[in-house]
Design a protein around this ligand. Sequence first.
Ligand SMILES: *Cc1c(COP(=O)(O)O)cnc(C)c1O
Length: 377
Amino acid sequence: MTAKVPVQEIPLVDLRIQYEQIKDEILAALRRVMEQSQFILGKEVENFEKQFAEFCGVPYCVGVNSGTSAVWLALLALGIGPGDEVITSSHTFVATSEAISWTGAKPVFADIDEKTYTLDPAWVEKAVTPRTKAILAVHLYGHPAAMDALAAAAEKHKLLLIEDAAQAHGARYRGKKVGTFGHAACFSFFPGKNLGAYGEAGAVVTSDKVAAEWMRKMRNHGRLGKSPHEFIGFNCRMEGMQGAVLGVKLRYLDSWNQARRENARRYHEKLQGLPLVLPRESEDARSVYHLYVVRTAARDALHAFLHEQGIRSQLHYETPNHLMPFYRKLGYQEGNLPVTEKVYREILSLPMYPELSESQIDFIAACIRKFFDGGTR
Ligand SMILES: *Cc1c(COP(=O)(O)O)cnc(C)c1O
């Protein structure tokens, strides 16, 4: 039996440290919700919607119960449904394509750029058919997609452009914030996202007044407040508690994103010279590093090695959407999307959150160096 050496546990994301830092404000905000007893939508949600719209630089924000609902509602609000095709990434969280499927439209998967892991605009152009209705661009890992080229493609083919910004609150492309490029943009406030609620939440931002008003009704059984039901809606409302928490946390978002960028810089410096592909920002982009994802052919061994050291690296994502068993019916197979298929076997997400300390980053980098130097590979 070998004696176990105690290891320093480093989670992928630590939500507890941040809570400790803002506890008083959070508890005061939650108490307001209880005292007002507006548990669903209400004042706190409305205030947050206003503030988040302002943060994004877009006139309307509709708060909903998850990022998945946000994508679904945005697509529906823009008229996407059965018979339509929506071009998107396969290399994304499954919610992106689930939301397309639940409108009745068909997801069409395009390959990605190997540097940014976001849609390859040339591939998108090739994927356009007479049925294509929209491009759904994902700003993956906090890195904005190539929005100029995608906007040009959308304009040329008269398509809608929608942003899945679930991982990219505050990211910029050519100086402009994500959320301002498309006809609508969708955000998730899942607790581990850059702006996270204390439960489920999401939002759609848009400049389209008609779409915003329709989503306000759609999320609430087809009506505003207690007015008559106008159409078959659904329940996608944001809770008062989540609005209150998000209102507090939004004030810190820029400083947290800055801390993530500084952590990314330190990783970059400490991981130099290793046989690893490090995240690279395109010239036009300012990433908010939702995740810090490195790549190596020795991914599985490195992943296992880091876990032995107590470092909770993860895979985002294990299976690209076009190879999910339930999308086999769309006719995809191995070999269809070469970059996506190369990348998903090599990616490894290292711990990343604003409060990650320099010494933790140094420890993680030293472990990775040990892995490559130690001949484990
Ligand atoms: C998290 C995420 C979603 C879904 O958001 P939920 O709030 O978990 O429903 C959608 N798209 C992407 C890219 C995501 O990362």
